[in-house]
Design a protein around this ligand. Sequence first.
Ligand code: ZN
Length: 402
Amino acid sequence: MNIFQKAYCRTYQFVCKMAIPLLPYRQPERLEGYDAIADVMQKRNLRCALVVTDKTLRELGICDGLLAALEKNNLGYAVYDGTVANPTTDNVAEAAELYRQSGCDCLVAIGGGSAMDCAKAVGAQLVRPNKTLAQMKGLLKVRRSLPALFAIPTTAGTGSETTVAAVITDGKTRHKYAINDFCLIPRYVLFDSALMVGLPPSVTAATGMDALTHAIEAYVGRSTTKRSRRNALCAAKIILDNIQTVFADGGNIQSRGNMLRASYLAGLAFTESYVGYVHAIAHALGGKYNVPHGLANAVLLPYVLKAYGKTAYKKLWKMGLYAGLFDKTVFPQEGAQAVIAQIERLNRQMNIPQKLDCIAAQDIPQLAKTAAAEANPLYPVPKLLGAKQLEKIIFEVCAVDN
Ligand SMILES: [Zn+2]
């Protein structure tokens, strides 16, 4: 990247950072227990919820507590359980149709990022019936209040319960894009750690590392605020303290609850302060090879942090200090290296590979270009890298000795 491109990126990011206090960020209101959802519905005179979830979760009985509470309180519901991983425009169209046919007046998303993103997009489609989802792609194209949206996350990772984004895949072209608008932030959130007890260890590990990546990328970036730094530090500490426990003992409700809280805090942090090249490359790999998002992030995180070099030492040191990985006698460089080593250790312990063998060498230049186009100039990364430098990182991750 030449000096002019760098100056352009930094100026763009500076303007975005200055705008942070002016933007209408809001946090979802936290509800305790399913009856609280019914209470809110009754107070707001809402009579029928569209529950957006997927087939597996429904069959596992994950929605039962919610549905029982709605029935007990004489509230109606319809369930859309057709959401697939990487929800499609068809999912959104079907769910929106069911909403209309069933006379629903609010949305409850219960599931991981896919169900939540699907419900957000349904809300956007309902208030913008004359626009296609593709026309709402990008920033601030919805600009209308959604029907009340309740989010009940069943994984601790995406943070979608608090973010402005809904990522949707076109059912025909498979093009994946994000709709970003403040009105997509769910109105209410409910954490039920018991729903996560049956989550397989591999999913627990990948989603937990996704949340850690959110916290770290937001924190080491240049557009942090006092609030996003605090949220990111708290999230990283909680994840580092709990992720091995939930991986080894999925039934540990206390640790599951901690991870839910951490994923939420990390979501708040990156909503304000963005992510970085880990996410940019992970999205490129997800688009090309369908690599699960959390897994790609977990593998990439140490490589990208090493590529940031000394520009990230101080922040990583502060994070490690806060998380109790070492004390103040440790120098920033050593501290940063200790944080990266800890991430590598966690990956190893949770059977996350060091490299990704799905990456074909001939695809790397295009993958790097896609990642660079997503990240530059938007992501306020500690060190700007062009497509050529990202190629080097992806090449390291794909090395044939996997
Ligand atoms: Zn992520």
